[in-house]
Every structure is written in C-alpha cells, then in structure tokens.
Design a protein around this ligand. Structure first.
Ligand code: SAM
Ligand code: SF4
Length: 349
C-alpha cells in the first residue's frame, strides 16, 4: 500500500469544519414532527403536520445519519416531535446503535416526553442508549395537563420509573415559564436530587406561532430569564459553579445539598454560539445549520437521486459551508412573536 493510501485510510474523510473553524460533531435528528402532547410553548393545539409522503423513511434516515457519521459526527440525538411515537422507531435506533459498536459513534441518545418509555426503556438500553433527556416542566398533575394540553403526568412518572429500572441515566429538561412553573423550580431541584436526575433549565425561545391570541399567552408572557431563576434558587440551595460539560450549551452548577447538577441554557440572556458544534436534521431531510436562523439545505434530493453516497456527502459539505456565526433571538415588547417561523418540533430543540 502506498504512503498516501495508508494515511488516507488512517484519517478517513476530511472532517466537517464550518467557516468559523468549528468542527461539526453533533447531529440532532427530528425523526417525526408529530407528538402525543401539545405543549403550549411548542405547538398550537390544531397543528397541521407534514404529509406522510414528505417524510423520509426510517431506512432513508439511517442512510443520512450514517453519512454524517462517516463525515465525523460523533454524537447523535434523536428528537422530534416525540421520537418514540414514530412507528417502528426501534429499527432506526437499533441500526444506528451499530455505529456505537464499530466505534464510529461515541453516543446515541434521545430527547423524549417519556410517555412511551414504559414500552421502550429496555429496548433502548439493548440498542446502546445510555442516557436520555426527558422534558418535564412541572410535578403538579393539573399544571402538567395545562402545559402539555394532552399529556398525563402519571404516564410520564411510569416512563421515568421504567427508564431508571432499565439503567438509563436521566436528565430532566424544564422550560422556565413565568408565572407557570416559576415557583416550583426549587422543589423540582429537590425532587431531582431525590431521584438522582440532573436538571437543565431552558429559556423559552421564540419559535413558531403558538396561538397566543386564544388565551394561552404569547412569548413575552411566558419568558422568564434564568438569571431570575438562579437568584431564586440561591435563596434555598447552595450552587457551586462546575466546569462539567456535556458538549451542549448548558452551563452547570452542582447543588451542594443534593449532589446533583443543574444546568442553565440561556439562548436569550447569553449567546452560546461561539462553541456551537451541531446541526439539525428534520424528518424531511432538511438540514438547519442554526436553531435560530431560517437558512437550510435540502439533503433529500441528494439522498433520493443516487444510491452512491458521493452526492450526499457533497450536499452535506456544502450545507456546512453555510453555517452562520450565530443567532439573534430577542423577546421584548417590540418582538413578541416568532423569530423563526418553524416550530421547535420541526428541528427538535
Ligand atoms: N417531544 C420531545 C420532548 O418534549 O422532549 C422532544 C422534542 S421537544 C421539541 C424538545 C425540547 O424542546 C423540549 O425540552 C421542549 O421543552 C423544548 N421546547 C419546545 N418548544 C420550545 C420553545 N419555544 N422554547 C424553548 N424550548 C422549547
Ligand atoms: Fe411534543 Fe415535545 Fe413539543 Fe411537548 S415539547 S409538544 S412533548 S414535541
């Protein structure tokens, strides 16, 4: 073998590096835009979903994810909509789990509302999933029903128990909502401490119309800066700054009294774009290079036009050359609506 061939084999294809020298190593994939809940900050109650014909098959999604992995993606998160409501989703998860076995992928994980974990927790572990994020904004059943519109808290608790029993590491994600769960966050810290869950708090982001004219409030009503939440927490808990990193945008503290971590994701009060390592893929094969910008690239044509992955790899590389420096979310009295038109369920957060 020649020297060049040997070194090519050792290094593989060139990694995905964006124009600002950031390596793209993290892919989030929305496997469906559908969901069994209708959270007030995420969806309107009468959402129109994508026609099924526009949605990639599970085989197509696997091929697309595998292309990203070949080009250097090391971490993959499945999200949605609700990823576990997609029919036969385990076949995709099991297929992607093979990349963990070959060492091409470091982590396969998902973000879920937990409603289906009772059914799937064991199978997820068998496929190589080690930790999951569960979105839960309140521990009060009535408030939960109000926030999710269609969800039942008991089902989520059952799902969480199944996840624990299966050995999954669980992190709770909660969106901080002014006047809704604001008073409850210190109690959620306590509950997470008891359950052994880390907790990440997220500011509401201006994504997609959510029906603010029908009594559910608009984004300014929902928006609660995490600086306020942190100050409230410090009245009850000792928060020690931590340099813990998950490869995501959260800044972590350790709660001295419980030993669990609390993360803060502050897209509005603190811009975290400079270390962004990710892109987001929708279930129709569109890749968004930034959560807070509308620019996107279609990968579905390249996927369907050829069985040879060369076209697909080129389309992915072209998309990465368009990754912008950052986003510019603003929620204030002049900017009450959506900064980007698509809903969070399109890209999955
Ligand atoms: N259905 C799954 C779930 O709820 O975990 C995965 C998809 S959901 C779109 C992913 C995350 O986005 C959830 O944690 C949800 O709370 C968050 N989210 C949805 N809309 C949001 C918004 N406008 N601002 C901030 N977070 C939002
Ligand atoms: Fe569904 Fe998740 Fe959106 Fe809630 S946040 S409506 S669970 S996709």
């Amino acid at each position: 073998m020649t020297q060049t061939a040997t070194s090519l084999q050792a290094t593989g294809p060139a990694p995905l590096i964006d124009p600002f020298e950031r390596a793209v190593t993290y892919l989030r994939v929305s496997v469906t835009d559908r969901c069994d809940f209708r959270c007030v900050y995420c969806m309107a109650e009468d959402m129109t979903f994508l026609p099924k014909a526009d949605v990639l098959s599970l085989e197509e999604l696997e091929r697309l994810c595998s292309a990203f992995i070949r080009l250097g993606v090391r971490k993959l998160r499945l999200t949605g909509g609700e990823p576990l409501v997609r029919r036969n989703i385990m076949s995709l998860i099991e297929g992607l789990g093979q990349h963990l076995k070959t060492g091409m992928l470091d982590e396969l994980t998902l973000t879920t509302n937990a409603s289906q974990l009772g059914k799937y927790a064991d199978q997820l572990v068998a496929a190589g999933v080690k930790r999951i994020n569960v979105s839960l904004d309140t521990l009060d059943p009535e408030k939960f029903a109000r926030i999710t519109r269609w969800g039942r808290l008991n089902q989520v608790f059952d799902g969480l128990q199944a996840a624990k029993a299966a050995g999954l590491d669980v992190k709770i994600n909660a969106v901080a909502l002014r006047g809704v769960n604001q008073d409850e966050i210190p109690a959620m810290v306590e509950w997470c401490g008891r359950e052994g869950f880390d907790l990440t708090l997220i500011e509401v982001m201006p994504m997609g119309e959510i029906g603010g004219d029908n009594g559910e409030g608009d984004r300014l009503d929902q928006y609660l800066p995490l600086s306020t939440v942190r100050a409230d927490l410090e009245n009850r808990w000792t928060l020690d700054d931590s340099d813990y990193q998950t490869g995501g945008p959260a800044r972590y503290v350790t709660v001295r009294e419980t030993g669990q971590r609390v993360g803060f994701i502050t897209p509005l009060t603190h811009n975290f774009c400079e270390s962004c390592n990710r892109v987001r893929l929708t279930c129709t094969g569109t890749v968004y290079m930034c959560l807070g910008q509308d620019d996107a690239a279609d990968l579905r044509s390249a996927l369907r036009d050829s069985n040879d992955d060369g076209l697909l790899d080129a389309a992915i590389r072209e998309a990465i050359t368009r990754k912008p420096k950052g986003h510019d979310f603003i929620i204030d009295r002049n900017n009450r609506g959506a900064a980007v038109e698509r809903h969070m369920s399109v890209t999955g957060g």
